[in-house]
Design a protein around this ligand. Sequence first.
Ligand SMILES: C[C@@](CO)(OP(=O)(O)O)[C@H](O)COP(=O)(O)OP(=O)(O)OC[C@H]1O[C@@H](n2ccc(N)nc2=O)[C@H](O)[C@@H]1O
Ligand SMILES: Nc1ncnc2c1ncn2[C@@H]1O[C@H](COP(=O)(O)OP(=O)(O)O)[C@@H](O)[C@H]1O
Length: 275
Amino acid sequence: MTKINDFAPAKINLTLHVLGQRPDGYHLLDSLVVFADFGDRIEVSPNSELALSVEGPFADGVPTGEENLVLKAARLLDPVRGASIHLYKELPSAAGIGGGSSDAAATLRALGEMWGMPLPGNAMTLGADVPMCLDPKAARISGAGEGRMPVEGLPAMPAVLVNPRVGVPTPAAFKGLATKNNAPMPDVIPDFVDVTAAADWLAGQRNDLSAPAREIAPVIDDVLAVLDDALLARMSGSGATCFGLYPDTETAQQAALRIAAKRPDWWVAPVTLNP
Ligand SMILES: C[C@@](CO)(OP(=O)(O)O)[C@H](O)COP(=O)(O)OP(=O)(O)OC[C@H]1O[C@@H](n2ccc(N)nc2=O)[C@H](O)[C@@H]1O
Ligand SMILES: Nc1ncnc2c1ncn2[C@@H]1O[C@H](COP(=O)(O)OP(=O)(O)O)[C@@H](O)[C@H]1O
């Protein structure tokens, strides 16, 4: 039986500048996005009905009904066709790292291949993060999430992802913004010789959702504090996951061990953020 596997990597917003708000309420973004070598996994195989099974460390709490983004993605591609989909959930949900969106994008890729269909142009209807996850490579994201410019010149970045197991609802983070019209990133994102140079430049940029998310979940301050030995520590997306950038893989792994020992109740993952 034909089985197709796909990988749904964690999405990290290295920067997230909020530039304004559209009349429909969605916010205009300028965001530098990269993807980790760590994420969920999807397996699809032929089946008469559309069926989803979920397992893995973060399976609990992921909806298994029609509201699951994996099933919504399948229905977007074909409203009636059947398939068996297995989701192995390694990523925490509602965590600012686009787990559900990346699952949806991986489902579109895998079912598109199995059913011989092209990727849909309206993936945005599944969620603002889904289009950027269709081709999970470094990109500068604009509009409400639909604009995507590939970014060359980023190094592979050793990092640690830390989530305090507290969910931040994305609408609440946007609603809490003190100012909606903020400055974009510079027009040109430079090339960087290494992760230290990238971290130096990133330090001059922002995540505008960080302040409102920290109001909602003050534990984010504790997360940033344990990442104080990183070259740069910042929240991703609408939180609460934060990333720390480290000069090399070994240092990142040591930092992850230290943080996991200090906060065994938190989710801690040493990763590489790929260009
Ligand atoms: C903030 C970001 C940054 O990459 O990531 P996450 O924190 O979700 O990972 C995304 O913009 C989130 O994308 P996603 O989670 O797919 O958003 P959606 O389901 O489409 O929207 C959830 C809600 O977020 C708000 N929203 C989302 C995107 C956007 N550009 N402006 C918004 O105001 C709206 O209130 C919307 O109802
Ligand atoms: N496959 C999925 N994985 C995770 N969450 C999902 C999935 N499908 C639907 N959801 C719902 O989407 C919401 C946002 O999840 P997620 O995409 O992980 O958030 P974020 O983009 O903030 O990391 C969750 O609260 C969850 O109920």
